[in-house]
Design a protein around this ligand. Sequence first.
Ligand code: HEM
Length: 332
Amino acid sequence: MAAIYMLLLVLVRSVQGSSNSTKPELSVDFYSKSCPQLEQLVLSVTTQQFKQAPSSAPATIRLFFHDCFVQGCDASVLITTRGGSGVEVEREAYDNKDLAAEGFESVNKAKALVESKCPGLVSCADILAIAARDFIHLAGGPNYLVKKGRRDGKASTIANVKGNVPRSNATVDQLIRLFGSKGLSIPDLVALSGAHTIGFSHCDQFVGRLYDYRGTGHPDPVLDPRLLKALRMSCPRFGGNTDVVAPFDVKTPFAFDHMYYANLQTNLGLLATDQALFLDPRTKPIVQALGKDIGAFFKAFALGMDKMGSIGVKMGAQGEIRRDCTKHNKNI
Ligand code: HEM
């Protein structure tokens, strides 16, 4: 009887042990032994890039968002080369058509430098997470610690993109549902949308608001008339230059501040999805709170980036450490 009891105890212990067994987790000091100079190396590249091309900041932040929302933060968005099967990659998707080149360039340059000092050790997914944080800080936003240990995905497929990246005509319901499906709350949605305090949008993303809002034949009645006039000059209804862009934040387009929320409260939101955050009762109080307090915005934004940076990450034996961020190792 005692022997059976002992055996049971051992079994219980081993089951408990296995449930406690260490599941890999992202950590701030993941490379502290293998590549202690990592953050410094990335910062040297991002600082240089920011000086030469400040648009690298919004470009890289958006790139990180589009990476994490599609198949997790695994640098799958960086792949440019189709594999042997000729499958089209994420980057070729309609929703990724306007990801600016400066984001890809920043990550590829940082990777080349890191690879020269710490070969084969640091994932492109981690470099993208660090570079996004650097650019947020360089543009005046919060500095926060980035957890690391992500591995790079071994696949990148165009079909995974649609429905995983929000479109500029989405409803607040759709945004809440999409962010919720990634483990992000309504406060995360509102805080992360604050990234639109820097950067630019092409006319096609908001031209409907200027001339024919929801098929009414009239502009969006909420849009401030002076902004409407200015945007119409850059973005004609038909035949405009498709390369023209407008700043998200008309007041302080290059500063990572909380002006985005003040703009929404004065009808200066650029995309319908931006303005909708001030119109919906579920998100309006958060817009007001973040608009009042830049410290609260920075805190909520850093928390949101940490959560977003943990979506669907591959760790341990999963994935690979790419040598070139644009290619899977098997294609090198
Ligand atoms: C809430 C839903 C969101 C929608 C519907 C949305 C949509 C868009 C659109 C349509 C553009 C303009 C693309 C172009 O025409 O070039 C854009 C740009 C941008 N988005 Fe979002 N976005 C959302 C959330 C986010 C989040 C969560 C982040 C990051 C945390 C982000 C960061 C950016 C940045 C920085 C830009 C400017 C890119 C540049 O100037 O190169 N967005 N977004």
